[in-house]
Design a protein around this ligand. Structure first.
Ligand code: NI
Ligand code: MN
Length: 226
């Protein structure tokens, strides 16, 4: 599995030969000014909730790439009305795609479109194939529901968690989440983009290494393989 960080909560995952783009918010992110959204390839776009900082570039990228949206029912409907194809899900449901399985899981947050209309309940995604499993939490507080993830499916090899605090959990809660998820490799997202979520990155990494865990923090545009 190859994981590329595109800033904020936008991540490109390559699994089973398919490209999964999560929560595209690039053109509105000053820190990602060097990323050209016209060069991003995607087979699927997975959307955790309707907030602007997770959907801003969905329409542009989907129209060019013909990527199919995977999200909750309301978000798939919304983009369906714009002529973009999608696969609707809701909490607790799983589906087998041509790259593997996806389960839509709970997140503690809110979800509305930029115009204030209802965007369903926010969620996260567990994605796995026969070899590897990834959990992409989306914007969320720490929740006991995270314990269900390794109980109900494969234990994640990597979990992508928000760590910026204020709008989501912060670094201390992400450490507890890693215990709940039985996963010692956490990739950080949803930090530094706005003033409210600027964090001390060295301290965050140290907090994890003090507990024998790894906090992966990737420069925007950089990739790694697990
Ligand atoms: Ni949000
Ligand atoms: Mn957000």
């Amino acid at each position: 599995m190859k994981i590329t960080y595109l800033g904020h909560a936008c991540i490109l995952v390559e699994i089973s030969g398919k490209k999964l783009l999560f929560d595209p918010f690039i053109s509105g992110n000053e820190l990602a000014a060097h990323i050209d959204i016209n060069k991003i390839e995607a087979d699927y776009i997975l959307i955790t909730h309707g907030h602007q900082d997770h959907i801003l570039d969905v329409e542009t990228i989907a129209n060019r790439t013909k990527a199919k949206i995977i999200s909750n029912f309301e978000i798939v409907n919304y983009f369906g009305n714009l002529g973009i194809e999608g696969h609707p899900m809701n909490h607790g449901g799983s589906w087998t795609f041509d790259f593997g399985q996806v389960k839509y899981v709970n997140a503690i947050h809110s979800s509305s479109f930029p115009d204030g209309s209802y965007a369903g309940n926010p969620g996260g995604f567990v994605v796995w194939n026969d070899e590897q499993c990834l959990y992409f939490a989306g914007d969320t507080a720490l929740t006991m529901d995270m314990k269900l993830i390794p109980m109900l499916g494969p234990t994640p090899d990597i979990c992508i968690l928000p760590v910026g605090d204020n709008f989501t959990m912060g670094i201390e809660e992400a450490l507890i989440a890693s215990d709940f998820l039985e996963c010692n490799k956490i990739m950080a997202c949803h930090f530094d983009t706005f003033g409210y979520i600027v964090i001390d990155k060295n301290k965050a990494k140290q907090n994890f290494s003090d507990k024998g865990k790894e906090l992966v923090m990737v420069d925007i545009g950089e990739a790694f393989t697990i």
